[in-house]
Write a protein that binds this ligand. Structure first.
Ligand code: SAM
Ligand code: SF4
Length: 481
């Protein structure tokens, strides 16, 4: 499967397990490996290779096979969905193509969580307009959070698009597959599995519930079957995805929860690590904390967005907790899971956020010292409560100043946290190779680079850390005990 990276504006083949694609020259992986699986525009990467089994014959069949191209922006859910779409197209006989101009089918997987993301989607669709005019037989489809219920308005705005389908849905014009069963033939070692769609929270600023709908959890049995199959095909680590992953199961008849699911997955032979994101502070139960603390495969790595350090702003955001409750939760997590790595999300410049309220956010981050902070400037989203009720009254330069101040603070904190690993040996699951160096992550999610002559993709390696920075670590393989 071909991938597109929005930052480098380049296509690439993700690193596949050596030897699995006979007859193919391996292209170097160009995914930004330091992206921390982060937010916003970090990548268009498809993290799995799902080449069809007939890959070795592709060259002779190339002329006759229809070609597809997927352009992806946004969160991990979008990435996971693009991976599955790619697998689906390949099972229908399509071949991936890097150059959109040569494709018979183009899918734009969109994000509108912030205006800047929406702008890039609109620019992309406008750029595809002449191509569609030139080649009317080309199928152009859009999925992701741009797709709302008002199809007439979408058709009018983007007449060049043939089909719109909701995020997580199956393309309506193609023969319906067993949707959950469209798994990559050769998953990368660390792979995503969506376990819950939608969100019931309706935070005042957020468009997600309007576009992805209400909570819909997948059945435990179905998820277990999928993870077992991914492991059979080579996956070593799974990251369970949901906009609000810790509300998993509340909508299912027998109401299993995320802790129950983790326990079941922990028993799968051959699976080495399990992660999950993103959690909501209100749904992070003592039972879930206990599960992370006690299950050996569940990594000590929790993503728990706080959004603001001011109770007034949290109320206006409709987050459903106070700063005091959030602080207490972090204390409990750190108590029960001593080596836990924590990441959070923050929005600056929410309507009427005063300097003092911003300072409260800054102080909370200084006090709690997260491993990673994803900071975004507030962006009013039409249709959301905050866009309707509050004026977007913090000037853009002021929002940017607040964002820079937090980024600067966090750079210092991350540098100090990572420096503590200097001279220590960490266990790394190797995810790929780039510019002659292997890279992978620790259980706590730290990105580590090292050199090794042999192929070690998908292996757990002990690496002695020799150099640290706020964003990544470098080290050497430690042999023996
Ligand atoms: N469900 C998670 C939570 O409870 O925070 C996060 C999902 S949300 C799609 C991802 C991040 O985008 C949020 O944590 C928030 O920081 C950011 N975000 C969402 N809406 C935004 C907006 N209107 N303006 C700026 N950032 C926004
Ligand atoms: Fe959006 Fe809030 Fe749901 Fe997260 S919890 S997806 S921020 S509505």
């Amino acid at each position: 499967m071909l991938c597109y990276n929005a930052y480098t504006k380049k296509h690439y083949l993700p690193t596949a397990r050596e030897g699995s694609h006979s007859g193919l020259v391996r292209a170097p992986a160009k995914r930004l490996p330091w992206d921390d699986r982060g937010r916003g525009f970090e990548s268009h990467s498809l993290r799995q290779s799902s080449m069809p089994l007939i890959w070795g014959h592709c060259f002779s069949r190339e002329k006759t096979m229809p070609k597809y191209h997927i352009w992806t922006i946004g969160c991990q859910m979008n990435k996971a969905e693009s991976e599955r779409l790619g697998s689906y197209f390949e099972q229908l006989g399509y071949q991936p193509i890097a150059n959109a101009e040569e494709a018979d089918l183009i899918v734009v997987n969109s994000c509108v969580v912030r205006q800047s993301a929406e702008n890039r989607v609109v620019n992309k669709l406008n750029a595809l307009r002449p191509l569609k005019r030139l080649r009317p037989n080309l199928t152009l489809a859009v999925t992701g959070c741009l797709v709302n219920a008002d199809l007439a308005q979408l058709n009018e705005r983007f007449p060049q698009v043939d089909y719109f389908f909701k995020p997580g849905d199956c393309p309506q014009w193609l023969e319906k597959p067993e949707w959950g069963q469209i798994l990559p033939h050769h998953p990368v070692p660390s792979t995503y599995v969506s376990i819950i769609q939608g969100c019931d929270n309706f935070c005042s600023y957020c468009i997600v519930p309007y576009r992805r709908g209400r909570n819909r959890s997948r059945r435990v049995k179905e998820i277990i079957g999928e993870v077992k199959e991914l492991v059979n095909r080579g996956a070593k680590e799974v990251t369970l995805l949901g906009q609000n992953v810790d509300s998993y199961g509340h909508d299912l008849p027998d109401q299993p929860d995320l802790a129950d699911l983790l326990r079941e997955l922990n028993a799968i032979d051959g699976l080495l690590r399990i992660r999950f994101l993103t959690s909501h502070p209100r749904d992070m139960s003592p039972k879930l904390i206990e599960a992370v603390a006690s299950l050996d495969k569940v990594c000590e790595h929790i993503s728990l967005p706080v959004q603001s350090g001011s109770n007034e702003i949290l109320t206006a955001m409709r987050r459903g907790y106070t700063v005091e409750q959030y602080r207490q939760l972090i204390t409990e997590i750190r108590d029960k899971i001593p080596r836990v790595a924590l990441s959070t999300d923050v929005i600056v410049g929410f309507p009427s956020e005063t300097e003092q309220q911003f300072q409260q956010t800054f102080d909370l981050l200084s006090e709690l010292r997260f491993d990673t902070v994803h900071v975004a400037v507030y962006s009013p989203r039409p249709g959301t409560l905050s866009a309707r009720e509050f004026e977007d009254n913090i000037p853009a330069e002021e929002k940017r100043r607040r964002l820079n101040k937090i980024e600067c603070l966090q750079e210092g904190i991350a540098a100090e946290i990572n420096a503590r690993l200097l001279g220590k040996t960490v266990e790394v699951l190797v995810e790929g190779e780039r510019k002659g160096k292997w890279y992978g992550r620790t259980r706590s999610g730290k990105l580590v680079f090292f050199t090794n002559h042999n192929n070690c993709l998908g292996q757990l390696m002990n690496i002695r850390i020799e150099k640290t920075s706020p964003w990544s670590l470098q080290g050497k393989v430690r042999r023996g005990k």
